[in-house]
Ligand binder design. Structure first.
Ligand code: HEC
Length: 168
């Protein structure tokens, strides 16, 4: 009996992906991270074919970048490959990156304000646990320069003035 419990405990420990220099992620963290990533809409832009397939993609395609890209006055932006990105970062570096992130459109970088460091670490646990896959997305292309498709071309009116800039 004790042997069986030990075997399960070791199995669980081995199943949890190891973080570079961090404590291994629990399955609870990974599950919560998957919830945040999916409900937070990250796949909408960072997963090719996600929207076209009604919010589904094979595991080896999830978050590999270049899904939905955007062209506007800022040039052309390509949603980066998050699976390759997390391989280069520790969980702490990921949290620091998201806390200071100010991307070009259409990345909604301000939404991370509403998440705790634990939430951001759980997101990392999920994305890191998927493992590396895909190729890096195309780099940002400056305005007026030719950019490879696919991208959504946006023609925007000036934004309304901000009256109450507090959190809602
Ligand atoms: C509406 C589309 C869209 C959504 C939704 C979106 N992203 Fe992005 N994301 C982008 C684009 C486009 C860029 C590249 C912006 C640039 O080039 O400046 C980007 C950039 C990033 C970067 C910066 C990567 C780097 O190497 O600097 C991170 C990290 C990121 N996104 C994470 C997320 C996470 C996590 C979510 C979900 C909470 C998310 N994104 C949701 C489109 C999106």
């Amino acid at each position: 009996m004790i042997k069986a419990i030990l075997a399960i405990a070791v199995g669980v420990l081995l199943a949890a992906p190891a973080f570079a220099g961090d404590v291994p992620a629990s399955n609870k963290s990974i599950k919560h991270g998957a919830f945040l990533v999916n409900y937070g809409g990250c796949q909408d832009c960072h997963t090719p074919g996600w929207a076209e397939n009604g919010g589904q993609a094979p595991k080896d395609v999830l978050l590999t970048g270049g899904g939905t890209n955007f062209q506007g006055p800022w040039g052309t932006t390509y949603a980066p490959n998050l699976r390759l990105l997390v391989q280069k970062l520790t969980a702490k570096e990921w949290v620091a990156k998201l806390r200071s992130l100010k991307s070009r459109p259409a990345m909604p970088w301000w939404t991370f304000r509403y998440l705790s460091d634990k939430d951001l670490t759980d997101m990392y646990a999920y994305i890191h646990g998927l493992g590396p896959a895909g190729k890096p997305a195309h780099d940002w292309v400056a305005p007026g320069q030719e950019a490879p498709p696919p991208y959504l071309k946006l023609v925007l009116p000036p934004p309304p003035a901000v009256v109450n800039a507090g959190r809602h």
